[in-house]
Design a protein around this ligand. Structure first.
Ligand code: FAD
Length: 505
């Protein structure tokens, strides 16, 4: 740090420490920590909707107990911390606990439980499509201040802190020539992705992210710190791999790692939308039989005014180099594409290529469901009813499943959908602030036609409209076992902002 900058920041820090209310606003728990009992009470709400009052003294005690920060609405940093990726979820927690480790998580969980079972949201990467990682008037346990990756290249294991982003995992493991399958956008959180599933460019080779977890540390609803693996707490270990955030806060994941060449063959290949039927037919024929090394994601996109509509594939081939031409040949069989960007690329750079620079500039609404096949009737609906609009991007995406994902038995983890071809998603994006009514109406109507051709949904794409019954049915035969795990580790349903498994005790 330059000397002048250092002086300026030191002076600012000194001023902040001496002024009781820096910048004229009371900073209750950010930098300034008032003595116990010297701060105002805060109204809040419990998970089952009761009004409660958080005593100022208790808040001050919590602030003193953790190494991270407790942020109230008037604190600097609160506005930034309360946000998640999708700006449509504009919620205001009563308090935010920015934790730095498992001890802080335990303190925050104890506080939530001891205050009547506060409505409790857990935020890692903030990508929840249904806004479950934030809440109005409850507590947000913000893991974004609790990140880190430790790689053991000899044992081929990585330990990952509960708030870590996927890009950090890829970056650290790849420097040893090792990977574990992660999702395709590097600012997604491992906490949400891995507890719910984890589709991505390598999942057909080595399974979902959750299939590669060898152990977890979890802070459960009673504030216990529990290590779970095949031998210790195997019921929790089973449930946390697919049961989402239902059983507590995962403070650490351990993953197995696999060797991977840094360079993979990847990129988009697109044809004009007029050829969508041929693209879909090719997907229906080739995706089910493609080798594990090929990740073939279908994309149809109708951009806002001015952009040309296209249908094609996002490709990643990481199998034996000598077989690449043969594996990719069917994709080029439709003639000259509009775009052929398939080339040798750095895997970590590829994993960052879909990142959003300014995520909060866009509103998004998503519908999704698993498909077992690209049937002629589904193709007909997709070709005939996928409509664009000059003020939005309209995107259809099929994230390829199969391969190693489907070789895991449906009851080996809590994630049961081991027989599907793809996770089919449709989303609309519009400039945030504009009225989305027309776009949301369109996608709902479009999905009414598509939905009968889907079999359940990916819990990580949970929608606000999904009921407890929908969630129960979606877990199929695993649901009963999940209820037993929930009864044991979270009988009062403190962790309910997720694809909620309702306890029965
Ligand atoms: P958050 O919003 O922070 O958390 C979501 C939920 O996860 C929380 O409500 C909580 O219940 C739970 N949770 C978070 N951290 C923890 C923890 N440490 N312990 C316990 N529970 C926790 N999915 C894929 O499979 N593959 C993809 O390639 C993929 N790409 C995506 C790209 C984008 C842009 C978006 C928006 C989503 C994508 N998803 C993908 C879906 C993604 O898996 C889910 O949105 C997931 O929940 C995101 O996790 P997060 O930690 O970022 O979310």
């Amino acid at each position: 740090m330059k000397r002048r900058t250092f002086l300026r920041s030191s002076m600012a820090a000194a001023a902040a420490a001496t002024l009781p209310f820096p910048q004229g606003r009371p900073r209750l728990f950010g930098l300034y920590r008032p003595p116990s009992g010297g701060s105002p009470d805060v109204p809040a709400v419990t998970g089952d909707g009761r009004e409660v009052t958080l005593r100022g003294g208790d808040l001050a005690d919590l602030a003193a107990r953790i190494r991270g920060r407790i942020l109230l609405a008037q604190d600097d940093g609160y506005e930034e911390a309360r946000r998640i990726l999708n700006p449509s979820f504009d919620r205001r927690p009563a308090l935010i606990a920015q934790v730095t480790g498992a001890a802080d998580v335990r303190a925050a969980v104890d506080f939530a439980r001891d205050n009547g079972g506060l409505l409790t949201a857990v935020k890692c990467g903030g990508h929840s499509l249904s806004g479950k990682s934030t809440c109005d008037r409850g507590i947000m346990i913000d893991l974004s201040t609790f990140r880190g990756v430790h790689v053991d290249p000899i044992r081929r294991r990585a330990r990952v802190a509960g708030g870590t982003l996927l890009g950090q995992v890829d970056h650290e493991t790849m420097s040893h020539g090792l990977v574990t399958p992660m999702g395709t956008v590097s600012h997604t959180g491992a906490g949400g992705l891995v507890t719910g599933g984890g589709f991505g460019r390598l999942a057909r080779r080595w399974g979902l992210s959750l299939d590669n977890v060898t152990a977890v540390d979890v802070v459960t609803a009673d504030g216990s710190f529990v290590r779970a693996n095949q031998e210790e707490h195997p019921d929790l270990f089973w449930g946390v791999r697919g049961g989402g955030g239902n059983f507590g806060v995962v403070t650490s994941f351990e993953f197995q790692l696999h060797p991977l060449e840094r360079r993979v063959l990847a990129g988009p290949i697109f044809y004009p939308m007029a050829r969508a039927r041929e693209v879909l037919t090719l997907y229906g024929d080739y995706a089910p039989v493609a080798p594990d090394g090929l990740q073939l994601d279908l994309i149809m996109v109708r951009p806002p005014a001015g952009g040309e509509a296209m249908a094609g594939f996002a490709v990643c081939y990481s199998g034996p180099a000598g077989q690449a031409d043969g594996v990719l040949a069917p994709l080029r069989s439709l003639g000259t594409p509009m775009v052929d960007g398939i080339q040798g690329v750095d895997y970590v750079a590829l994993q960052r290529s879909g990142d959003t620079d300014d995520p909060r500039a866009q509103g998004t609404y998503t519908k999704s469901g698993f498909i077992e096949a690209m049937t002629p009737e589904l193709m007909r609906i997709l070709v005939n009813t996928f409509q664009g609009h000059p003020q939005r991007a309209t995107v259809l995406f099929a994230q390829h499943s199969g391969g190693a994902i489907n070789r895991v038995l449906p009851d080996a983890t809590a994630f049961p959908q081991r027989n599907v071809l793809a996770n089919l998603l449709c989303f609309v994006d519009w400039p945030f602030g504009q009225d989305p009514t027309e776009h949301v109406r369109w996608i709902q109507a479009f999905w009414q036609g598509v939905e009968p051709h889907t079999q359940g949904f990916y819990v990580n794409d949970l929608e606000e409209a999904h009921s407890a019954d929908d969630v129960g049915l979606n877990y199929q035969r695993n649901h009963q076992r999940l209820v037993a795990v929930k009864n044991r580790y979270d009988p009062a349903n403190l962790f309910r902002l997720n694809a909620n498994v309702i306890p029965t005790v």
